[in-house]
Write a protein that binds this ligand. Sequence first.
Ligand SMILES: Nc1ncnc2c1ncn2[C@@H]1O[C@H](COP(=O)(O)OP(=O)(O)OP(=O)(O)O)[C@@H](O)[C@H]1O
Ligand SMILES: [Mg+2]
Length: 317
Amino acid sequence: MRENPGERDPIEAKVHEIYADVAKPRRPVRDPRAAVEVLEREFKLIVDERIVALTYAAFMNGRPVLFEGPPGTGKTEIGEALLELWAGRKPFLLPCSENYDEYKVIGDFHPLIAMQKGFNEESFIPRPLLAALILDAGVLVDEIRRSNEDFQNMLLDVVDKRRIVVPELKRVFHARGPGFQVVFTSNPEDIAQNDLSDAFLRRVVRIPFTYPPREVEARIIRLRIEENPRLDSNAMNLILEAISKLRKSGLAHKPGTAEAVAWARMAQALARLRGRSSVALQDVYDAALSVLAKRVEDEEIVSSVVGEVFHIAPLQR
Ligand SMILES: Nc1ncnc2c1ncn2[C@@H]1O[C@H](COP(=O)(O)OP(=O)(O)OP(=O)(O)O)[C@@H](O)[C@H]1O
Ligand SMILES: [Mg+2]
């Protein structure tokens, strides 16, 4: 209990001071159909209404969501956007790593201030998870498989009980409203990472992500490139065709939609540098290897698949 109820809680004051700018407010959009429109218009994201509805349904049940699927399928950006639309605030992003722990996400003590004043509210530095709870904002926990099991259990406990205990301060902080929700992302094919425990998987609502159908991928690319230099439908089809073949190939790092977009944008930039008003197939071809082959051992497969696809249409050499 605070001694003077009129006085602002010092931890809340710090959270507002440090993070209010990060978690900027906006109008929430909690209707899935309206959200699909806002996602396209404002976030340049094309999202299936079913994904939005499932995510929101999970939030309504206070359950965290797990977006799982291959790299470059929009898990992180869609997760952030949906948390923002649901809460009406920008979410906090927690990129996971093996040594992440509660001190890094809930709070810790400033060593010098703690030495002078002790381990109390004055020396306490609130971190993003606690800030999200206090500001009623969402949290995107990126690449959850890179974290350790203790960390995952700590997060689940916070989401379940909608509260954070800080024993050093003898304090319990409670969620303020429905905005505090969690989306986890994970890529099960990522190497050198941990398995998710049964306890974890039981508690989350898992939403699988896959590569989009060809027409959707074309819409995404159009949405994400500039109007000029123009990318005609022939160039677009070659990109989509090569990307689709590479996904079926033995490539270690298969291209996601992120790479398809990056490829089209690189081709456009090359065309601009070469003074063209529309993208030539040469620009598309020249951009291919540098965008699609992430490692030396990928080069052979990428150049053979791209070469094969470019023979379909005569190359403008
Ligand atoms: N549905 C989509 N709508 C619009 N852009 C998309 C979509 N899916 C992927 N993209 C493209 O991919 C990029 C976002 O990929 P993001 O990093 O969110 O994917 P990810 O699934 O989190 O990948 P990773 O597993 O590598 O972290 C966007 O910047 C955009 O270019
Ligand atoms: Mg991601």
